[in-house]
Design a protein around this ligand. Structure first.
Ligand SMILES: [Zn+2]
Length: 145
């Protein structure tokens, strides 16, 4: 399965190249491309995993070791994918839902996927409540004079 290892190394180095630029302004389109590449590699891994599963079922041969190795690679790639998506969403100023992880447009009050209240919305509401309290205090002070 050396071709799979080669592919994995290529994927890793591509993702690392993006990771090394942390702190720099990363072009959104480059991030999108890295995400597309990683997704494509991931779906290929899933296909190989499926084929191993099928072959194991068909021939009775035990591929548990290979399947476990693939599962670990897939888990690592999903972590990388999630990190890339977070970076892109950050550049796009999108808000990630704390409940389901869906990215929502900037300024959204509730998650478009699960309806949970978004963290940014709560902070904004607190801000406006504070502003309202400040305003009320100022009004009260002015009335005293
Ligand atoms: Zn949600």
């Amino acid at each position: 399965m050396s071709w799979m290892d080669d592919m994995w190394i290529n994927t890793k180095s591509a993702a690392n190249a993006v990771g090394q630029k942390t702190g720099e302004v990363i072009d959104r389109s480059k991030l999108r491309l890295a995400i597309i590449d990683l997704k494509s590699d991931l779906s290929h891994k899933y296909a190989v995993l499926g084929k191993l599963c099928y072959e194991s079922y068909r021939t009775g041969k035990d591929y548990a070791k290979e399947m476990l190795a693939l599962e670990k690679e897939i888990a690592d790639m999903n972590v990388q994918l999630s990190a890339l998506k977070d970076k892109l969403a950050h550049l796009q100023k999108k808000v990630k839902c704390p409940s389901c992880g869906t990215y929502n447009p900037q300024g959204a009050l509730f998650c478009r996927q699960c309806g949970s209240r978004l963290a940014g919305a709560a902070a904004k509401e607190e801000d406006s409540q504070e502003e309202l309290l400040d305003f009320a205090e100022k009004m009260a002070e002015e009335e005293d004079i």
